[in-house]
Design a protein around this ligand. Structure first.
Ligand code: S3P
Length: 435
């Protein structure tokens, strides 16, 4: 069990400065997988060299992709297998990453050999039936053989797949992407219907690599043509909006702060937090919008003394799902109620994020109420430093270290080692801004 403890303290002076947060986690996983499948070589810059994304890169190496040494700016070359991966010689370890495991299962389900996906303790408790059901409908054989029903390790025997049209029972970009990746190998068109718009990085990257991937005008229906050929193409990964979100909230709640975050991904399926924080009164400016395929820009956030609560709309939930823990910290520092409902997916993340957030906020003296599908936070009570469990969840750890910047006394987060799965260097950045 990871034992690392990290502390943060109320800072008596503002957070100030500029940061480039690490590369986007969702995009990095997909670049490794699609670049590893493509024909030809490409250069990747600003890849997220975190434990999670390095595991996915290693998985693609096990399938035959050739990865050059990682240079400055997290840059390397990758030469893909032109849609003909080889059988891995040993288990593929996805570590802590649900994205890695679910997306790789989509690829492995289409390949004519057996393989085994394994993960850490947290990943081995997360639901995999959601990908097994559609992939088996396409013709893959996947046996979940973990201690918990429907959980990893996954034993996969792939083969020639049939295309399907599949209506997702939940709004999940991981499940959508697993099906689209399997669909790349099927004969004909594979279509996914989603109940709400979810992050569309897979679709954008497929088009970037030359594969037709059509969407309906409302983005709820996505189709990919099978037997596709991806053409390798150099790519710059934008910085991760989800990582930038910690400093957006930190700057909003620590008096006198002003922080600029450069080159942050601004894909509209990821940035619902911007609208919600602005509705709460946050002072956020976006400048220098640029980028091909994936938009990016610079975000400046200044402290505001008068944040107020808001209701998060159901349609906003999938587009800020990873930011809910840090949004709840902002809510605890705002006047009035903030309500987040129809968010039960939070219960099956790296931890049960509804219960982890509510429990930790209460431990800091905040008023927080748990619902089966969300939470309500009544802001305004002063936060008190406390010793908290991160539940080995990177986003819980970072969110409550930020809360500690505003709380009186010291805040200690136990079992923090997983911060590296999405944000290597988080602690250094915290010290840099709080200097
Ligand atoms: C992700 C999708 C989301 C998100 C996760 C990354 C992705 O999960 O929470 O951190 O990269 O596709 P779900 O697809 O389970 O909603």
């Amino acid at each position: 069990m990871a034992e690392e403890t990290i502390s943060s303290c109320c800072v008596s002076h503002p957070l100030r400065g500029e940061l480039v947060v690490p590369g986007d986690k969702s995009i990095s996983h997909r670049v490794a997988i699609l670049g590893g499948l493509a024909a030809g070589s490409m250069r990747v810059r600003n890849y997220l060299c975190s434990a999670d994304c390095l595991n996915t890169l290693r998985a693609m190496q096990q399938l035959g992709a050739v990865v050059g040494p990682v240079a400055n700016a997290q840059s390397f070359s990758i030469t893909g297998v032109a849609m003909r991966p080889r059988a891995p010689e040993k288990d593929i370890d996805c570590g802590n990453s649900g994205t890695g495991m679910r997306l790789l299962a989509g690829v492995l389900g289409a390949l004519p050999f057996s393989s085994r996906l394994v993960g850490d303790e947290s990943l081995s408790r997360r639901p995999m039936r959601r990908i097994i059901t559609p992939l088996e409908q396409m013709g893959a054989h996947i046996t979940p053989c973990g201690g918990k029903e429907g959980c990893a390790p996954l034993e996969i025997t792939g083969g020639q797949l049939q295309p399907i049209s599949y209506a997702l029972p939940m709004a999940s970009a991981q499940v959508k992407s697993a099906i689209l990746l399997a669909g790349l190998f099927a004969r004909g068109e594979t279509r996914v219907l989603q109940p709400a718009v979810t992050r569309d990085h897979t679709e954008r990257l497929l088009r970037y690599f030359g594969v037709p991937c059509a969407e309906s005008a409302d983005h709820l229906s996505v189709a990919v043509q099978g037997q596709a050929c991806l053409q390798a193409r150099d790519i710059d990964v934008p910085s991760d909006f989800s990582s930038a979100a910690f400093w957006m909230v930190a700057a909003s709640i620590v008096p006198g702060s002003e922080v600029t975050l450069r080159g942050v991904g601004l894909n509209p399926t990821r940035t619902a937090l911007l609208g919600v924080l602005r509705r709460m009164g946050a002072r956020i400016e976006v400048a220098n919008e640029r980028g091909e395929g994936e938009p990016m820009g610079d975000i400046t956030v200044r402290y505001t003394a008068d944040l107020h609560g808001t209701d998060v709309l159901p349609d906003e939930v999938p587009n800020l799902i990873d930011e809910v823990p840090i949004l709840c910290v902002a809510a605890a520092c705002a006047q009035g109620d903030t309500t987040i409902r129809q968010a039960s997916e939070l219960r099956v993340k790296e931890s049960d994020r509804i219960s982890s957030v509510v429990h930790n906020l209460q431990a800091m003296g905040a008023v927080a109420r748990e619902y089966e599908d969300g939470m309500q936070i009544t802001g305004g009570a002063p936060l008190i430093g406390a010793t908290l469990d991160s539940y080995t969840d990177h986003r819980i750890a970072m969110s409550f270290l930020v809360a500690g910047l505003r709380a009186s006394g010291q805040t200690r987060l136990l079992r923090c080692t997983n911060i590296d799965t999405s944000y290597p260097g988080f602690e250094e950045h915290m010290h840099l801004l709080a200097r």
